[in-house]
Design a protein around this ligand. Sequence first.
Ligand code: NDP
Length: 330
Amino acid sequence: MARIYRDTDADPAILEGRTVAIIGYGNQGRAQALNLHDGGVAVVVGGIPDATLDRAKEDGLPAMSVAEAAAAGDIICLLIPDEVQQQVYREEIAPHLAPGKALDFAHGYNVHYGFIAPPEETDVIMVAPRMIGVGVRDAYLAGKSVPAFVAVHQDGSGQAWPKTLALARAMGCTRSGAIETTFAEETELDHFSEHFVWPAVFRILVGCYDFLTEKGYQPEAALMELWGSKEAAEVLERMAEVGLFKQLDFHSPTSQYGTLSRLEAALPAETRGCMEAALEEIKDGSFAREWETEQASGYPVFTRLKQAALSHPLNEMERTVRRLLGEQLG
Ligand code: NDP
């Protein structure tokens, strides 16, 4: 079972007398810097001398070059785009590493694939919010928890975990629980979502939009129906809150039945053929007749499909994860 760390697992004292250098003041950098600053942690910001760095000064934070911040920081948080991290690390950060210092990442990519390999006396740690930067800041200000993965890749000082947990706590990531992972797991899960799940979702949405408009539906109406109304975003939010299948209760029985009874058929090898079939049975009224029969006979198929969905092991795992994270069950 995954290990969950909460506020009580972290000792903020380990950050006393230490400086956290936030390298980069973008999505994650600004949010994490401000959360840490509000939590009483000594923060400096390192970056290119431009408007972004000026913003850090306007926010009341000491701002300086990357090299100066790396020199000042006991914990150096590398919060610049992954593709530039290797060069910036080599040229401006590595020269300022020393025994007892820690290098913190919000994504395991560069360490996992060996593009950044700090000396063994350096702590290599990760606090990776599963949230965009604005959300990290908003959740903190609202007193809510910021969901996160935490990991230690290299424990040079013997204090890598205490530092990681104190950092996560100060950012607001252990209020309801941060999940322990590894740099490999975080990177591979993240990439799997990016390389398969989201492309599949995008392709379905785009494919359906093309299909429906080809069939003569108004593009505005199709776009609104598929994702433009934010109903899809609401559904995803409810999935995270109460459960993937349990959120079906927010929809009409007709909608629930339509979804559950067509679950298996939705993604065959020949997706286009399924689109045709689904549209055909909607257009010719066969779905409506089937649903009418189902209602008249006391919902036997609907009941079976729903029970099967709610019997899936993921429902139990969702309960487990929510319990571990201290949230109310849906
Ligand atoms: P951003 O794209 O928002 O980073 C922009 C910042 O990086 C700016 O301050 C920019 O400075 C600075 N920067 C860019 N190039 C350089 C350079 N060569 N030298 C110095 N500073 C530079 O990054 P994110 O916050 O999106 O990502 C940071 C890390 O967080 C990544 O590892 C990412 O995978 C991870 N992460 C990101 C999430 C997100 O929500 N975006 C979620 C979870 C993890 P300037 O403006 O002056 O150009």
